[in-house]
Write a new protein. Sequence first.
Length: 671
Amino acid sequence: MAAGASQEARRQERLLREQWEAARRQVRWSGAGGEGERRVLAQLLVLTARGWRLLVGRAGSGDGVLVGPGGVFVVRVEDRAGEGGPPDEGAGGLLAATKVAESAVASLGMSPVAVQPVMVLAGQSLDRALGRIRLLGEQQVGPVLLAQPRRLRAESVRAIADHLERVLPGCEGLVLEQGAAPDTTRQASPDGLFDLDGLREAALEGARRAPIEQWMTFLHPDQVALVRRNWSGPARISGPAGTGKTVVALHRAAHLARRTTGRILYVTFANNLPRVQSTFLRTMAPAVADRVDFRSLHSWAQEFLQERGVPVRLNGDKAETAFSLAWKNLGRGSRLVQIDPGPAYWREEIDYVIKGRGLTRFEEYAVVVRKRRKAGLHRTQRQSVWELYEEYEARRRERGVHDFNDVLSLALGEVSRETEDRGGPPYAAVVVDEVQDLTLVGVRLLHALVGDAPNGLLLVGDGQQTVYPGGFRLTDAGIDIRGDRGQVLRTNYRNSRQILDAALAVVADDAFEDIDGEPTPGRRDVDLTYHDGNVVRVAEPTADAHDRELVGALKALPDGALADTALLCASKWALGHYQRLLARAEIPVCQLEQYDGNPVDAVKLGTYRRAKGLEFKNVFLPRYDAESAVGTPGTDTARERAELRRSQLFVAMTRARDLLWLGSVADPPAR
Ligand SMILES: Nc1ncnc2c1ncn2[C@@H]1O[C@H](COP(=O)(O)OP(=O)(O)OP(=O)(O)O)[C@@H](O)[C@H]1O
């Protein structure tokens, strides 16, 4: 240990010893409770000399509340020296008191996840969970509270404690009386159960730990109301980019985990998001982090089928070969090539319209409304698509493999059977983030897991950020969102006006229909919070000059800024190019696919799609306006692809909080 550090440790130890002596004298004098209770109270009083506020019932009984840098803790002390098991009787009262405290701080915008029930067992040594209650021994309570990461600043501690003192009935503040300070020349010998070393270490650790982000504790009171709401059936939260949908969904998942004993499933389509979101939840509500399963839909479905013994042979390459053969046999000679000569459009038709919607009969396909598909198909053309589909299925089966859609259909069949057999849903609640990315079968599957149970299904997303072809309405999935079960968030907390305006300009003419069937204009009204930020546009005559500018701009960022910087590309090809460029320039890179939400001092590199749901202080979009091959110009399918590409660009642009760098290569000047 460095000399400075050990001096600080000695100073802390001396201070703690003095504070403990003073607290012991104070509680002895107050005559509160039994001896064990008095020792715990003395320890809590020590915290009041370290930035915490303690509120107790006026009669000296009931549950106390501690408010400090680590959050709000509703505390019940049980004097159980020598008695074994946990005091179940006290738990109900403590949870009720916690609910009261949660309601009281909700009006201040404090999320329920920041209010935690703690039961302290005097005379015992333990640290474990009893449902959502943290059970702590006398020796553990001080160190555990002091070591919490910092959630509240001093002024918030003051405001919250003052508020609670005003609104909680019969409650008053108790502080360590400085006048009761002991004779410091005497070497005090703390009681056996007072862990001086533990407290000292915890105080140092608490000071060392980085504070957790504000949004993990405070939301807008309207958002807190959504987090705590009781919904009688499936619910939906929508809203434009950056309006806090994911933030509300995460707090909601934590809140539900504390309210129920079952497990919570939190699903997205993308593979990388669950890792990031799980990291966030672990930081903001560690006590319930293990009760929430963060999964991508397909990985969850595969694992689920495996556990149930349903054979799955997912093989993307062999499925691709099956399609290529089907196209060769039936597609490329058919009337479909007049609509779009490329096989990709027809593969999408099978993936997103036919299999994605779970259609199994031609008559269903013949009449289906093909959402977001711009090329109209009459009956004979649909017949050709259906023949292609059947040929593909035959080739796929021949190879004995499944594609991604099969995995979801199999899981849906299994869940429906299982829910009937077992008579109960496997999850207490399912939260779906970025729901617009899912297929209809995917949404049906998740709905089947919880049905229409109260507080069971929460769908979160924004149709404007659709980055895959096709679409569906919730009513197609048999999901009925009524009245206040459909909520819209409207305040953007992420982007500056310049950045949001630049992004909205891209999709201004692309009106869309959201999954609730609501027609919505491309340029939407969004309230902005005051926030500075810049759009930097760089147009260079050549690709080389463009890349030099990009590297220069990245290198000019201040020290440590790379940790909050992303470079996003429209295609995998471009990704490879920029990866090599950054490697040559010796700029550290972290692939978005590997990113888990923990800070790493490297540029996050990924495709527009991979950046879904994430945000960064600085976002670089090189060659952002480069035209990709979008089929025969002027055709419906080309228009559809161009619109999808604009949605993807919109998603990429709205990831930027403070700086959006847009690079392009201008046409060389005419000679
Ligand atoms: N009440 C709030 N006060 C301050 N910041 C907030 C609040 N709510 C959300 N934020 C911040 O807003 C930003 C966007 O939040 P979030 O990612 O949840 O939005 P979103 O609607 O899911 O976005 P997108 O659809 O674009 O992925 C985050 O930085 C979050 O911390």
